[in-house]
Write a protein that binds this ligand. Structure first.
Ligand code: FES
Ligand code: FES
Length: 210
């Protein structure tokens, strides 16, 4: 084979191997995550094994309302909220704990609903963006996002609002570093971060009556 063709052939095989290894790396991580969730979901808190596909009764408290549901052990909280309870405010983005679009509060702590099994959330206080309304009016965080123009397409906004609510319940007046760190689990593909930061600061002021 001519020298030039040999070089091209070697380059092609290096690229293919690199692409292959990268692909395998991501693929393997996804498979491990899925296997872990599947294993976790088949064993409910009591340690009892639940056959795949069998539905089990659970009670979920969502936005202060109690719901009695039959769920499969593998169902995520996000699936149950959206598809069984019709609470579509929480969004499905990545579905694997990377974007934060599905963020809900569980006992006032922001959690990814896509990575939380519905059976895990039994007996806990679950709050979605719908539960952060102030009666018929927007809640302070929602209003601040509107006032500060803190969204473009709006897909990440419910998760951002919920994450901000969780932060402000814990820290009344967060400094810039705390704010950015606490909101860092919520990505915005439109890049509205500057306005989101302003909105969280404004919501902190409103909540504390400043
Ligand atoms: S959908 Fe849950 S983190 Fe992206
Ligand atoms: S406003 Fe579009 S993803 Fe955040």
């Amino acid at each position: 084979m001519p020298l030039k063709n040999q070089d091209q052939e070697q380059n092609r095989s290096r690229i293919n191997r690199r692409v292959f290894l990268k692909t395998m790396g991501v693929g393997t991580m996804s498979v491990c995550l899925e296997q872990h969730l599947a294993r976790a979901s088949n064993t409910i808190k009591s340690g009892r094994e639940v056959p795949a596909g069998k539905k089990i009764p659970i009670d979920l408290i969502v936005n202060q309302n109690k719901h009695h549901l039959l769920v499969e052990a593998r169902w995520s909280l996000l699936f149950v909220l959206r598809d069984k309870l019709g609470l579509t405010g929480s969004k499905q983005g990545c579905g694997r704990g990377e974007c934060g679009a599905c963020t809900v509060l569980i006992n006032s702590i922001p959690r990814y609903a896509c990575l939380t099994l519905a059976v895990e959330a039994q007996g806990m206080q679950i709050e979605t963006v719908e539960g952060l309304m102030d009666g018929e009016d927007l809640g302070p965080v929602q209003q601040a996002f509107l006032d500060e123009d803190a969204f473009q397409c709006g897909y990440c906004t419910p998760g951002q609002v919920v994450a901000a609510e969780g932060l402000l319940r814990k820290v009344e007046d967060p400094d810039a570093e705390t704010l950015r760190l606490s909101m860092s689990g919520n990505l915005c593909r439109c890049g509205a971060y500057v306005h989101i930061e302003k909105a969280v600061k404004k919501a902190a002021q409103t909540r504390s009556g400043r």
